[in-house]
Design a protein around this ligand. Sequence first.
Ligand SMILES: Cc1cc2nc3c(=O)[nH]c(=O)nc-3n(C[C@H](O)[C@H](O)[C@H](O)COP(=O)(O)O)c2cc1C
Length: 163
Amino acid sequence: MAEVSLDAAAKKTLLRKIPHGVFICGVAEGDEVNGFTASWVTQGSFEPPLVVMAVRADSTSNGVIQRTGRFSLNVLAADQKDLAAVFFKPQKALGGRFDAAPFQLGALGLPILDDALGAVECQLVGQVAAGDHTVFVGEVKSAVLHRDGAALELGPTGWQYGG
Ligand SMILES: Cc1cc2nc3c(=O)[nH]c(=O)nc-3n(C[C@H](O)[C@H](O)[C@H](O)COP(=O)(O)O)c2cc1C
């Protein structure tokens, strides 16, 4: 392919226009659970139902997903920005973020937040590790709906994750 020069500013402006939600991804390994805020999430197939999520290569949860082959995605309500903030901040010990958020383990043994609108649990079916994030593809195996409502979206939070 011919060499092209990337306009870094244009790239950043344009990629930040991709709309995102704000989710809490849950992972579990042995007796340990962990969770983190994830916005790089989208659906990838109707049948089977697939979701796609990019996870920082150097994060704790990335390794857990690699080793266990599963993750949950909790869908937050539009007024749960504070809860999302808990899940991207450093924690004293693995799983400590859940001190602020009661949860149950779902059918696949993954954390499902009591206060979220609901959650899906996914089995890992593929991945691409080509950059500073790993793109995971998960098949939705279980879904729990606590209540319906408007979901938290990234734009109104004023946070940036992208570009
Ligand atoms: C608004 C926002 C969106 C984020 N989205 C993602 C994401 O999609 N994927 C990701 O790996 N990290 C994302 N993060 C960063 C993680 O939440 C953060 O790195 C977390 O500390 C990782 O936790 P862990 O190391 O315990 O797994 C986001 C952070 C913020 C503030």
